[in-house]
Design a protein around this ligand. Structure first.
Ligand SMILES: NC(=O)C1=CN([C@@H]2O[C@H](COP(=O)(O)OP(=O)(O)OC[C@H]3O[C@@H](n4cnc5c(N)ncnc54)[C@H](OP(=O)(O)O)[C@@H]3O)[C@@H](O)[C@H]2O)C=CC1
Ligand SMILES: O=C(O)C1=N[C@H](C(=O)O)C[C@H](O)C1
Length: 269
């Protein structure tokens, strides 16, 4: 492979799209073979480096997913649920590794992605950073060690552009806590409290979402009991941590059997 795997970035103009492109071109381990935006977007037809306000990169932004995916070893996709479901079908058709960072997916979206994973390698995680994936494992361990005298609350904070809540990371942490306790998150999830909610139900896992300014992504898992509290915390201060994780996943996925994987598989955690 010349200069490592060839990568296509979807949602090229987005916050993560631009961060991924910057990270790829700064590295010898990967090379950028495509940048995708939707039909009618004003970046389509422009050199992606120029569109980003810098030097030309020799890659023209396109809206033709299939043609672009066929030239690549991996597609990195941080867009929106409907786009990601469509891209997973095209990635399966092109036989290219699909790394999905998109959050806010419904159960039906996830089922569709799972069908695509019968034909290609999909790595999907609500958070691609090493730190959060380690926190997932810690959360599972702490939840398994404590009984329901400890109320579990997941508190997350993000920038004011974020459209989904709870965040994908908060849901990963909630799932990990539920697994540690040996329960299903769907049976104990309590999010969006407002009004006369009644007292907290023993065993529930609560979620709170803060939105403001340019917060990159912060997550606390709180274990609160009478007389003591434990807080597990991750703070992302730079989107590079997500881009690096996604690129690691793109490399890891090369030559793997078709199927759906996550960052715990990639990082061996
Ligand atoms: N797993 C992880 O580690 C992380 C996940 N994320 C997730 O990644 C996603 C993107 O985040 P962010 O970069 O901040 O968001 P942005 O809104 O900045 O970027 C989203 C990009 O996707 C494009 N897009 C949206 N809908 C479509 C569509 N239907 N077809 C084609 N392109 C589309 C947008 O294009 P347009 O401008 O035309 O709408 C835009 O370029 C979110 O779900 C977020 O939660 C973010 C950071 C880390
Ligand atoms: O939208 C974001 O920005 C982020 N989304 C992911 C999430 O939903 O958890 C990951 C990260 O926290 C940033």
């Amino acid at each position: 492979m010349a200069n490592g795997p060839g990568i296509v970035v979807t949602g090229a103009s987005g916050r993560m799209g631009q961060m991924l492109i910057e990270t790829i071109v700064a590295s010898d381990a990967y090379h950028l073979v495509g940048a995708l935006e939707r039909d009618g977007h004003d970046w389509v037809g422009q050199d992606v480096g120029i569109a980003m306000g810098g030097q030309p990169m020799g890659v023209t932004v396109t809206s033709d997913a299939l043609e672009t995916f066929r030239k690549a070893n991996a597609v990195i996709d941080f867009t929106a649920p409907a786009a990601t479901v469509a891209f997973s079908k095209i990635a399966a058709q092109a036989g290219v590794v699909h790394v999905i960072g998109t959050t806010g997916m419904t159960d039906d979206d996830l089922k569709a992605v799972n069908v695509s994973a019968q034909d290609t390698v999909i790595v999907r995680a609500g958070n691609m950073s090493l730190g959060v994936n380690l926190l997932v494992q810690l959360t599972k361990k702490v939840a398994a060690a404590l009984d329901e005298d400890f109320d579990i609350e997941v508190i997350e904070a993000h920038h004011h552009h974020k459209v989904d809540a709870p965040s994908g990371t908060a849901l990963m942490l909630g799932e990990a806590a539920a697994e540690g306790r040996g329960v299903l998150l769907s049976d104990v999830k309590d999010s969006g409290r407002d009004g006369i909610t009644g007292a907290r139900k023993r065993g529930d896992i609560g979620f709170t979402a803060i939105r403001g300014g340019d917060i990159v992504g912060e997550h606390d898992v709180l274990f609160a009991a009478a007389g003591e509290r434990i807080v597990l915390r991750h703070m992302a201060t730079d989107r590079k941590v997500f881009a690096r994780g996604a690129l690691k996943a793109a490399l890891w996925g090369q030559g793997k059997a078709a199927g759906e994987y996550d960052m715990l598989d990639v990082l061996g955690l």
